[in-house]
Design a binder for this molecule. Sequence first.
Ligand code: SF4
Length: 460
Amino acid sequence: MLLRHTTDKVVERKALTVNPAKTCQPVGAMYAALGVHGCLPHSHGSQGCCSYHRSALTRHYKDPIMASTSSFTEGSSVFGGQANLLQGLNNIFKIYEPDIVAVHSTCLSETIGDDLGQIVKKAFDDGKVPEGKHVIYAPTPSYVGSHVTGYANMLEGIVKYFPESTDNLINQVNLLAGWVEPSDMRELKRIMKEMKVANVLLPDTSDVVDTPMTGKYEMYPKGGTTIPEMVSMGDSKHTLAIGSYATTLAAKNIDNKCKVPYTVEDLPIGLKATDRFIATLAKIAGVTVPESISDERGRLVDLITDMHQYFYGKRVALFGDPDQLVPLTEFLLDLDMKPVYVVSGTPGKEFQTKMKEVYGDRCPEAIVKNGPQADIFYLHQLIKREGVDLLIGNTYGKYIARDENLPFVRYGFPIVDRIGHSYFPSLGYTGGLRLLEKILGALMDHQDATCSEIKLELVM
Ligand code: SF4
């Protein structure tokens, strides 16, 4: 197979990255912008970057992802892309009629030194932005950070522009969502409704990248956070930001600008992280947790108890984004599994600190690494050195799974060879049930396929 020459000899690398466990910043900026109603993401760079970012999202969501580009030529690559962006904004508002254009930069425009803030201001000054229309922007140089950084930067760009503070405090909570699937955003809204918490969810990609087939093409589907909702966020009583890498910047910005206090929590993946999310939400909103939510929790605990023997002691390797990996690792530890290798291409010391807290003195043999050299090649080397029982990660893990004959659960971004992630949530207690179903399914299918005939069990 493709990776059969991977050796178990880990060599310290300073610059080279092989099979990165991340993708580039603008992909995240594009995804965050899609969660705003009537918004067209715009890539300020070459056509190739924009095509790649759109196709990465289209392949994952199996829905057409729309975005425009400044379409840099050789000239703009040398002298700067201001003229292209000004012309582009003029054309976009005339031809595609979005309410908002969300501009993000690329490696090329950042390297040239284009100042998006100055160009966007000039677009407004020169009358390129029609009355009542909006242009927001975020710098997303892809040679630092990852798609998660891009998502965080665009989310900050959105809240820098829209929320306004008046004297009328609104009894609602801002819920800033980290990078999760549209199914998860729908699940968050269901939980809020169940708990009777008035809220604004930002961004909200449900009904944008998971639209039903109606036979009619809509360039701006019905989903996404609306302009009045985003403006009202400045008068909310609190911001709950879930997924610290993706949302802290935006939460701080709303606080600085509109004096809305904020709390940052992990994404509610698994039992404990969902407990924390529900408890914080109930406290902030001043509501009690309804019986229906307690029942959902009870069903998750029931499943864990019933199937514990299949989880116990299993060695797991996982890779992906920090906001997902932290609560997911905690969940695996709570199942008495052993997450022995955890790798993320997204840099930042916060990840290591949080992972230390999550592990405590559990699974002392664990290796946790993040940053540019924490790549999928390195993860494979670790697995070669000492094997695991389960691999969790995005589609790129399939090569390792095949080479090492491992049960493999697809989780994270991108998933381009299976479906389901857009439709079935993995957040909250109900999402936890689905996660466990996938993990158990992979482990049991593997056991059925590889055990000796006398060990094949009918009842598992
Ligand atoms: S890494 Fe840079 S050059 Fe490559 S696609 Fe992303 S933005 Fe474009």
